[in-house]
Design a binder for this molecule. Structure first.
Ligand code: NAD
Length: 473
């Protein structure tokens, strides 16, 4: 049993003032595997005070010093990649390949931030002005359960690159990953208070961070509903905010696409991270005249997808993270059936041979209309909707007819046509004929998928304030 009783403040693991205990589960077995003691608002305030004390030293440190810190953090997290992977499998149910990838991503985030900082001009001249990019101040970093370690590391890496000290509020459901990451970050030997980590409830620790006058900025990844609350809460103290929120991403299969390749890509995009991914391509748009053919082929491909033990390398889809998520996804499958969408594969209930664990039958609906609930709401599970379009104009209109705009996928054998369609899609990232990775390119959402961007230069600037200094000669 894991018993997590410490939070990290001012360079040390300390007992929190908060006393509430929170159960941790293995989603593949539904067994309780531990407990974490949650910090409270008092703990958040202590952490903010520690970060405030560390800010002057960090924000005025030379670039080379911060680059060196980021490289040390990279080495420290790299040394614990296997432990982060194992914690992600145990506590989140992440399939091993995905868990390995996200653990490595957590370590790499520090190297990428070091590179971004090295290449970024913190001072420049604009006409007669000297423009200096300054750290925005103490930042609050709030992460979700579906990629907790990766988001802690990426947000912290960017904060340190900018010279901002941080208070991290990880997902309370990811305390085992957080503990491993905390140990790794501590081993890097940074000055006390540069980063502080407070396990706690969102509406307690997260809310304190979102309103406290000494916090200049919040970087939040999570649901759109909570993101809106954070934006409202920050108005009084005019907080800068970066919000990475939900999605309902379209995969647009053009009529010239290679059918086999397009089907493979649509299934891969839809089931990223067991379907618990903000970027998952959950609306598959196909030419209406070929609906039957695509439904059949996508259904056949999904029927082959392995669901089960996340530690087994042949598993593609693990369990949902919690009973609550399991119930939510089951409810949406029921709504799809009730709304009259055609169930191609999957459906309500558990997959065969998996009586325990929060496993979902990978599900595909065809003949979905874009105004149905299953095409509008973010389900956050392995449930895909196939929607027919008349022509290219109609495909673009349907793709953009969503409150979200995080990512889109385009399949076509004609690169120029794919790019022309990509140019008209309202999404922060468009993937053409594959799921490509460029860690320094900006990432974030149009519309209600978020505010601002993370990664690379755009991500760094979100933690900086420009100051113009003008002087008489
Ligand atoms: P969530 O919004 O419930 O929680 C996210 C974090 O916010 C948690 O740490 C939680 O404790 C905290 N929180 C909750 N209430 C709060 C409050 N009132 N004030 C401050 N903090 C609060 O999200 P989740 O269920 O953990 O994660 C799933 C959601 O995250 C999905 O909607 C998904 O699309 C989104 N997500 C987005 C991205 C992206 O980059 N756009 C990436 C991953 C996940």
């Amino acid at each position: 049993m894991h018993d997590i009783t410490r939070i990290y403040i001012d360079g040390a693991l300390v007992a929190p003032h908060g006393q509430q205990r929170f159960d941790l589960f293995n989603p593949a077995t539904e067994e309780r595997i531990g407990q974490v003691t949650l910090g409270d608002a008092e703990d958040a305030r202590r952490a903010i005070a520690a970060a405030k004390r560390a800010l002057p030293g960090l924000s005025r440190s030379p670039k080379a010093e911060r680059v060196a810190m980021l490289r040390r953090l990279h080495q420290a997290v790299l040394a614990r990649v296997d432990d982060i992977r194992d914690a992600t499998i145990l506590e989140y149910g992440g399939p091993v390949a995905r868990a390995q990838w996200s653990a490595q991503y957590a370590a790499d985030a520090f190297l990428q931030a070091a590179q971004t900082l090295e290449d970024y001009p913190l001072e420049r001249r604009i006409g007669s002005a000297e423009v200096v990019m300054e750290a925005v101040g103490v930042v609050g970093l709030i992460t979700p359960w579906n990629a907790n370690a990766g988001f802690i590391c990426n947000k912290l890496a960017t904060a340190i690159a900018a010279g901002c000290s941080a208070v991290i509020k990880p997902s309370e459901m990811s305390a085992i990953q957080t503990q491993v990451v905390t140990e790794a970050l501590h081993a890097a030997g940074l000055p006390p208070g540069v980063f502080n980590i407070v396990n706690g409830r969102g509406d307690v620790v997260g809310a304190e961070l979102s309103t406290h006058p000494d916090v200049a900025k919040i970087s939040f990844t999570g649901s759109t509903a909570v993101g809106k609350g954070i934006l409202r809460a920050g108005v009084e103290t005019m907080k800068r905010v970066t919000l990475e929120l939900g999605g309902k991403s379209p995969t647009v299969i053009l009529d010239d696409a290679d059918l086999g390749e397009a089907v493979k890509l649509a299934v891969a995009a839809g089931f990223i991270n067991s379907g618990q991914a903000c970027i998952a391509g959950t609306r598959i748009l196909v030419p209406q005249a070929r609906m039957a053919e695509y439904a059949q082929r996508i259904g056949d491909a999904v029927a082959q997808v392995r669901v089960g033990d996340p530690a087994d390398p042949s598993t593609a889809i693990g369990p949902m993270v919690s009973q609550r998520q399991f119930d939510r996804v089951q409810r949406y499958i029921g709504i799809g059936i009730a709304e009259g969408a055609r169930l191609v594969v999957g459906g309500e209930g558990r997959p065969d041979g998996l009586p325990r664990g929060w496993f979902i039958r990978p599900t595909v609906f065809a003949d979905v209309r874009n105004d149905m609930t299953i095409a509008r709401d973010e389900i956050f599970g392995p449930v895909l909707s196939i929607i027919g379009y008349r022509d290219e104009e109609d495909a673009i209109a349907i793709a953009n007819d969503s409150v979200y705009g995080l990512q889109a996928v385009v399949s076509s054998t004609n690169p120029a046509r794919a790019r022309a369609v990509a140019a008209r899609l309202q999404a922060g990232r468009v993937q053409i004929n594959g799921l490509h990775q460029e860690p320094l390119a900006p990432f974030g959402g149009f519309k209600q998928s978020g505010l601002g961007r993370e990664f690379g230069e755009f991500g760094l600037e979100a933690f900086l304030e420009p100051k113009s200094v003008l002087a008489s000669r």
